[in-house]
Structure formats: C-alpha cells, structure tokens
Design a protein around this ligand. Sequence first.
Ligand code: AMP
Ligand code: ZN
Length: 116
Amino acid sequence: MTTTTECIFCTMARDPMHVAPVYRDDRVFAVKDINPKAPVHMLIIPNMHIASLAYVGPGQVPIMGHMFVVAEEIARREGVALSGYRLVLNQGEDSGQEILHPHMHLLGGKQLGAMG
Ligand code: AMP
Ligand code: ZN
C-alpha cells in the first residue's frame, strides 16, 4: 500500500469527524486502536502520508518529534503518564507493520512486561 488513496490513515486524516479522534491538531491526530492490546491503546498518526521511515528527512523531523509531545499529552489525559506507558513504532515486515503510514502506538494502563 503506497498510495494515499488506498491508505486507511490518510482517509481518517481527511475525514476526522468520521473516526472521532481523541486528539487532533494541524500535524497529527490520535485514535483508539480498534484491537487494543492494553487498557489504553492509542495510535498517534501524522496527517501526512509517509510511505516509510526511509523517507523521513529533515522536513519530517518536526512532525516525528511532535508525535512524542502529543503522546505524553494523551498519556496525561488517559491517566497513565505517571504510572508509565510504552511507545511503539513498527517499521517494515519483521516488525509486523500492517499499515504503511508511520504511526506510534501508546500502550498503558497495566504492567506491560518485558519487550519480547
Ligand atoms: P501496525 O501493525 O503498527 O501497522 O499497527 C496497525 C494498528 O492499527 C493495529 O494495532 C490495528 O489494530 C489498528 N487499526 C487498524 N484499523 C484501524 C481502525 N480503523 N481504527 C483504529 N485502529 C485500527
Ligand atoms: Zn497514508
């Protein structure tokens, strides 16, 4: 999936009311993961389609950094900022990435255990 017309996150970015984002600004939006792996499982998604992290250059660095700021803001809103949370960004086949539009998972609300 490499074109914006086929990308579900691009569709969501264009039609934010349809997906009820938990957060939105001019650069990113966030939604609840449809298949949550933890009591809190949000996706922080840039409005802009970037086909791969291989295409992240200086022009995209501010957006990527902004995703971390938004993650902490959402963690505060969801009440997990103090208890702790995990941020995951899958890239490529071995990571199990399903949607080829970079996005950050925010997981929290329980003991997440070791990475593995
Ligand atoms: P990844 O494997 O990193 O590409 O993660 C894709 C994530 O998107 C998975 O955790 C899915 O559960 C989630 N997902 C897929 N479709 C939707 C949707 N329509 N709304 C919210 N989350 C979704
Ligand atoms: Zn996209």
